[in-house]
Design a binder for this molecule. Structure first.
Ligand SMILES: NC(=O)c1ccc[n+]([C@@H]2O[C@H](COP(=O)([O-])OP(=O)(O)OC[C@H]3O[C@@H](n4cnc5c(N)ncnc54)[C@H](O)[C@@H]3O)[C@@H](O)[C@H]2O)c1
Length: 448
């Protein structure tokens, strides 16, 4: 009988092979998990990179404005409005002058009170006008939309966007070689600065710088006329206020941002040769006015039978303002545009000295708030319920009075509307716009 085959060697070999297989598969698992880890890391890094370049910074405009009233988003506005051919056509058409040597003006804040009036005046005489406004809700945006409707009727297009939107501004300057910018977009109002201070820095400082950066790089560089404010005189007590009086004691953050604007204007003029004219408006009023201003909300409250707060100073003196009618302000803005010299830089480089100006635009005759109320009582044919109280320390100044001799000398600025006549026009607009009862209309019957 044959002896059974010796299997001990085969078994050993099989055990050895199975050991090797195990080792190999463990190595394979380790290697593939390493590969998986690296691929995941790479994908994560790619995603982070993608999100960083495509998403807005954390300090997006909305956050910066404390989420209170801005509706436009930088990326959004340029994406929506910056592309289409029909949008570009509207931009071009609106900006094209219709008279020989007409101006081509970018009006920022065109849906605002002063901006809408100036845009219409320029368009009516044949200049090209393109508006820019973010339609924020600092006050009722439906009033801004109604002003926009008026402008649309006169072929003026308002681009809905923010002056902080660099891409949008670049796009506008790529399409149109603007000769001028009338820069009126700003966070206005003295008292609101205590509630939302950053909105003032965002629009009046950062937004202004952004606009100047675009203007400095444009070729040709436009000449810029922009709205400063009588509030820069702050605690100055010398009257009437002249351009060479001190402006280093602002009484509100609003005033401080306007004063900052004047300093910034000096810098851009000095370094880049931008032609810059700052206009210090004194309490502008009139039809299509601003609902946050006293003459406006006094009218509203008086009609509604509500009481109004009439301020006196801490030492019981009357508070007075150099109320200036909108048509006079418009003439001043147009005069400043017409006498603005060309900027001297190109491609961001200064080629020679450029014009730098600051003017008061006021009415030259201050009227007390008490008198303002008396005029409104007469026009509205009713008696106001007045609370006479001391002016709170919220940034308001007790008195303003403009000396306008510089503006008279340089572009013939001469205000012609007194407060009674101007308020009569305002009340007429107010009752018609808000559809108020005949009793008020009766009081305005004498008017032409
Ligand atoms: N009305 C006055 O009595 C008076 C007095 C002194 C100075 N000013 C200045 O005159 C200018 C015009 O004032 P107004 O009374 O017409 O005010 P307004 O508020 O009616 O107009 C300003 C417009 O600018 C827009 N705007 C604000 N921030 C913007 C931004 N970041 N980007 C784009 N648009 C923006 C607003 O939506 C508004 O339509 C302002 O610069 C204001 O500070 C006005």
């Amino acid at each position: 009988m044959a002896s059974p085959p010796d299997t001990s060697k085969t078994t050993k070999l099989e055990r050895y092979n199975s050991y090797i297989r195990k080792v190999n598969s463990t190595k394979l698992i380790a290697a593939s998990s390493k590969l998986l880890f690296r691929v995941t890391l790479l994908v994560a890094l790619l995603l982070i990179f993608f999100f960083t370049i495509n998403y807005p910074p954390l300090t997006s405009e909305k956050t910066f404005n404390n989420n209170i009233h801005t509706t436009t988003h930088n990326l959004l506005s340029s994406t929506i409005y910056g592309g289409g051919a029909s949008w570009e056509k509207q931009v071009r058409h609106s900006s094209t002058p219709h008279r020989p040597n007409g101006l081509s003006v970018l009006v920022t804040g065109a849906a605002g009170f002063v901006g809408s009036h100036c845009s219409l005046a320029l368009k009516k005489r044949g200049d090209g006008v393109l508006g820019l406004d973010n339609f924020n809700s600092y006050y009722d945006p439906s009033l801004k939309r109604a002003r926009q409707d008026q402008l649309t009727k006169h072929q003026i297009f308002i681009v809905e966007g923010d002056i902080n939107d660099t891409e949008l501004l670049k796009k506008l300057f790529d399409i149109v070689p603007f000769t001028h910018i009338l820069h009126l977009a700003a966070q206005a109002g003295v008292r609101y600065a205590m509630q939302n201070p950053l909105s003032y820095v965002n629009s009046n400082v950062a937004g202004f710088v952004n606009l100047l950066e675009i203007a400095k790089a444009a070729d040709p560089q436009p000449a810029i006329v922009w709205a400063s404010s009588s509030s820069v005189y702050g605690l100055n007590t010398k009257v009437p206020f002249s351009e060479d009086h001190r402006t280093d004691q602002p009484a509100s953050l609003y005033a401080a941002t306007k004063k900052a604007g004047e300093a910034i204007a000096h810098t851009y003029n000095h370094i880049y040769g931008l032609s810059l004219t700052g206009l210090r408006f004194f309490t502008v009023y009139g039809p299509w006015g601003r609902p946050d201003m006293a003459y406006f909300f006094f009218t509203k409250d008086m009609i509604q039978g509500k009481s109004i707060n009439v301020y006196v100073t801490q030492d019981d003196r009357e508070v007075a303002r150099d109320f200036t009618y909108i048509d006079d302000i418009v003439k001043g803005c147009v005069g400043a545009l017409d006498t603005a010299e060309k900027s001297t830089g190109s491609g961001g480089k200064k080629r020679g000295p450029a014009q730098l100006r600051v003017y008061n635009l006021g009415n030259t005759s201050p009227v007390s708030v008490k008198k303002l109320v008396a005029i409104l009582e007469n026009l509205l044919n009713l008696k106001a319920k007045k609370n006479v109280i001391k002016m709170p320390r919220n940034g308001d100044v007790p008195f303003t009075h403009a000396n306008v001799s510089l503006a008279l000398r340089d572009f013939g600025y001469k205000p012609t509307t007194d407060l009674s006549s101007g308020l009569r026009k305002f009340v007429k607009w107010y009752v018609s716009y808000y559809g108020i009862q005949p009793r008020v209309k009766k009081a305005n019957e004498g008017e032409k």
